[in-house]
Design a protein around this ligand. Structure first.
Ligand code: SF4
Ligand code: SF4
Length: 248
């Protein structure tokens, strides 16, 4: 597919999203709910860009993570209209998570240091990465969203059932704001079960019958360090290749 990105001619494979193509071309487009290993989600809307389709006079604002590159489109990623929209969204994020260094840094990149909205104090920005990693990659379905509106949050079924969690830590790994501290809870639960504690890489299916002798202090474990070093990411994420190859 041939298209124009910020005034430059580019190409991309069929099926590539505008976000993927922009990032492949080294263009910075913010997106807090996107991950190469996951299907697009379109929740944060920070990845909005302007797209002018062939034969159309006016550009449209679209979420670039959901919009596939089409022949002949012209994409602008950093217009005044786009920056204004992103600043508004970042103000909302800043109101939700004013103490999150990740959110503050991202907002500051767009000159947003204050918010006109009422502040909460929740490090979770509801990006959904943890929930989708747990269901789509790990296959555990151990966490999900509950409640609505400002009460919306991520938790285990009914807030109490941790039995599906295999303590893989993939959710904490992908969380951009470090809002997850669930592994410790799971460790305690496994200890309570008594007997030998299976290595979490056994629970993930990488090793057969390995036993943890370090009380799940994985940071002290050579096995853990080896898996992480070889994967260059969380091992569960390394199992899943990026969805599509983008080229630009
Ligand atoms: S640690 Fe538990 S909740 Fe987190 S991704 Fe793994 S199975 Fe899911
Ligand atoms: S806990 Fe982290 S990864 Fe999960 S929705 Fe909240 S910010 Fe996103």
């Amino acid at each position: 597919m041939k298209f124009v990105l910020n005034g430059k001619k580019r190409t991309a494979e069929v099926g590539t999203t505008v976000l993927e193509a922009a990032r492949a071309a080294g263009v910075d487009v913010p997106a807090v709910c996107a991950h190469d290993a996951l299907e697009p989600y379109g929740a944060c809307r920070l990845c909005v860009v302007e797209v002018r389709e062939q034969g159309k006079k006016r550009p449209r604002v679209v979420a670039s993570c959901l919009y596939p590159v089409k022949d002949g489109i012209e994409v602008e990623t950093d217009t005044p209209r786009i920056r204004k929209l992103r600043r508004f969204l970042l103000e909302l994020l800043l109101a939700r998570s004013p103490g999150s260094p990740y959110v503050r840094e991202l907002a500051a990149r767009y000159g947003v240091t204050k918010t006109r909205f009422s502040k909460l104090d929740d490090d979770c920005i509801l990006c959904g990465l943890c929930v989708r990693v747990c269901s789509d990659i790990v296959g555990a379905n151990a966490i999900g969203f509950s409640q609505r509106g400002i009460g919306r949050k991520v938790e285990s079924p009914f807030g109490i059932d941790h039995s599906r969690c295999i303590a893989c830590g993939a959710c904490a790994y992908v969380c951009p704001t470090d809002a997850i501290d669930m592994e410790y809870e799971r460790v305690i639960e496994l200890r309570r079960e008594g007997g030998e504690h299976p290595c979490r890489y056994t629970l993930m299916g990488f090793l057969s019958d390995a036993v943890c002798s370090l009380n799940y202090e994985c940071f002290r474990c050579e096995i853990d360090q080896k898996f992480r070093a070889e994967a260059h990411t969380h091992p569960m994420l390394a199992r899943k290749q990026p969805r599509r190859k983008a080229r630009a």
